[in-house]
Design a protein around this ligand. Structure first.
Ligand SMILES: [Zn+2]
Ligand SMILES: [Zn+2]
Length: 281
């Protein structure tokens, strides 16, 4: 018998490239190569409605195969029922490629995304082929308008400011009868409408790409303006929601520095881990 719950599961917690990062031999990447316990795969969530026997993914990470296998090992009898996308950076949509005929060969799998993200997928190969071969069926969503995933859970896209060379970006709020969760893995600054939704939800999984602003001395910060966790903690402290950071770059000090993690936890924030789970209904 199925249990009567809707849960959100964390399937991965790393920035787009994962940890270890290709071509990098920093201490965090070296540790992850030595010991899978230190490995982190691309940020992604599953929403599992066991009342209806269905699940949805939020973002299609490059590690989607392992993520779906992991989910299947927990739930043999739930049907993959669609995908919600945040934006067109590699960690968030490359996994769509594995829905095609070389791999899963899905049939009209619903994909919800903004009109700009939809245009990107419809007009560029190999994504265009997923549409023409009917592996996926794109549903355009307008930020601010919730969509029902099932009788028990709705998904609301929320516009957020983020590098928009290929698409715009949304966060997603997932809401069930018992709780709601905001997922915002990429953002350029903690400002605007998203603050309202973080305050309003029970749990928020937020962009924790960098711990400090000086982690990547060789890159121009204007190219990668994620708000560092050090600053985010001050900015988000007053919002009164349980906050877990996600989407860690391999350089993030929190991954290998117990003092930094203790500092974060004393402030009543924490980092997320693959397998974290919250009940929505
Ligand atoms: Zn990202
Ligand atoms: Zn991004």
């Amino acid at each position: 018998m199925r249990s009567n719950h809707v849960d959100v599961w964390v399937l991965g917690t790393a920035q787009d490239a994962g940890i270890p990062q290709l071509g990098c031999s920093c201490t965090h990447c070296a540790a992850a190569r030595r010991d899978p316990l230190h490995e982190r795969i691309g940020a992604s969530l599953a929403v599992v409605d066991r009342m209806e026997g269905r699940f949805w993914l939020v973002d299609a990470s490059p590690h989607i195969g392992r993520q779906l296998d992991g989910l299947r090992s927990q739930f043999a009898d739930v049907e993959f029922s669609g995908l919600l996308l945040t934006h067109a950076h590699i960690g968030h949509y490359l996994g769509l490629a594995f829905l095609g005929r070389e791999a899963l060969n899905s049939c009209l799998l619903p994909v919800w995304c903004t009109p700009r993200m939809a245009a990107f997928l419809k007009h560029n190969q190999p994504w265009r082929q997923l549409v023409s071969l009917e592996n996926i069926e794109i549903h355009e969503v307008s930020p601010g308008n919730p969509i029902p995933l099932s009788e028990h859970v709705t998904a609301l896209p929320i516009s957020v400011p983020h590098r928009d060379e290929l698409s715009d970006t949304v966060a997603w709020r997932l809401r069930g009868a018992e709780a709601s969760l905001v997922y915002c893995p990429d953002i350029d600054a903690w400002e605007g409408e998203i603050l309202h939704w973080i305050r309003e939800c029970d749990i928020a999984l937020l962009d924790g790409t960098f711990f400090t602003s000086d982690e990547l001395p060789t890159r121009d910060r204007r190219e990668i303006p994620h708000p560092p966790i050090e600053d985010a903690v001050e900015r988000l402290d007053t919002l009164g929601t349980i906050i877990r950071f996600i989407h860690f770059n391999h350089s993030n000090r929190l991954l290998g520095d117990p003092e930094a993690l203790t500092w974060l936890q004393k402030k009543e924030f924490d980092i997320s881990h693959r397998g974290d789970r919250w009940r929505l209904a």
